[in-house]
Design a protein around this ligand. Structure first.
Ligand SMILES: *[C@@H]1O[C@H](CO)[C@@H](O)[C@H](O)[C@H]1NC(C)=O
Ligand SMILES: *[C@@H]1O[C@H](CO)[C@@H](O)[C@H](O)[C@H]1NC(C)=O
Length: 256
């Protein structure tokens, strides 16, 4: 799942890089010569706040770019969404990603928002162009967008909620998806969507946030990628394999 999403992300980026405007941006880009905010930016309904469990991807891929930080979810993105099932994207292509604006956030971004296989900058640039530029009425600048997302990530700490319900990465446990949902609802008052990939591996957890950034129950009828049960593979990276015995690794993953 993570790899599919990333692949999609990469494809869109290549479109931009090669100068071809992604098809999807045409109806949303508004009038580039006017300073008016394109309609699409104002009228989205809510945000999807997407975090990923890189441990799943990294259980089958070498992940030299992602250090093992134990039971630690990382950010995928904060995506404006319509309640009718579609979403705006690539809203203001002229608002180019500028890494220099994020200088004071860089240390935190590297820890909390790493790409699992690509350069971090490529990942951030994609998230900004595709999603961030559609939320300028809520986050008027790139710095505001990335800075607020970091704060949301810390405020809605997923592993804290799961750990409290004794749900931790494990090679042997199989968890009921509804228990993960309940653990997060218990701590943050709203039901998330839990996504899994191949072999029922937990891939992502999506929280729905209103435009005041308050969580609300996601509509599970729109759940496209649900499993009844999930496994949460302990995080493994090349570094671990070289440096840790599997016993140490297991302890570290479970306890952090
Ligand atoms: C919007 O929400 C729908 C339904 O939950 C989901 O399938 C879709 O991936 C979301 N897209 C974005 C960009 O948030
Ligand atoms: C969903 O709602 C948005 C905003 O109102 C609209 O622009 C878009 O065409 C709608 N999409 C669908 C598939 O109905």
């Amino acid at each position: 799942m993570v790899s599919c999403l990333r692949l999609l992300a990469l494809t869109s980026l290549l479109c931009i890089a090669s100068g071809a405007r992604p098809l999807s941006s045409i109806s949303w880009s508004g009038d580039a010569t006017s300073s008016a905010i394109p309609t699409a930016q104002r009228d989205f309904d809510y945000f999807m706040f997407v975090r990923q469990w890189a441990g799943s991807f990294c259980s089958t891929h070498a992940c030299p770019l992602v250090p093992n930080r134990g039971f630690h979810f990382t950010i995928h993105g904060l995506w404006p969404n319509y309640s009718n099932g579609s979403w705006p994207q690539f809203c203001t292509p002229e608002d180019k990603f500028d890494e220099d604006q994020l200088e004071d956030l860089m240390d935190d971004l590297e820890v909390e928002w790493p790409s699992v296989y690509d350069s971090d900058e490529t990942f951030w640039e994609h998230e900004w162009s595709k999603h961030g530029t559609c939320a300028l009425d809520i986050f008027p600048s790139e710095h505001s967008y990335f800075g607020h997302i970091l704060k949301l990530h810390w405020r809605y700490d997923l592993s804290a909620a799961l750990r409290k319900a004794d749900i931790v990465p494990s090679r042997t446990s199989v968890y009921r998806t509804k228990d993960l949902i309940a653990a997060i609802e218990d701590m943050y008052g709203a039901r998330p969507l839990v996504h899994c990939g191949r072999k029922r591996q937990l891939s992502e957890i999506w929280m729905c946030l209103d435009k005041d950034l308050k969580p609300f129950d996601c509509d599970t009828s729109q759940e496209g990628n649900a499993c009844q049960e999930v496994v949460i593979p302990p995080f493994k990276s090349r570094l671990d394999v070289d440096q840790l015995s599997s016993k140490d690794e297991e302890e570290r993953d479970g306890v952090q």
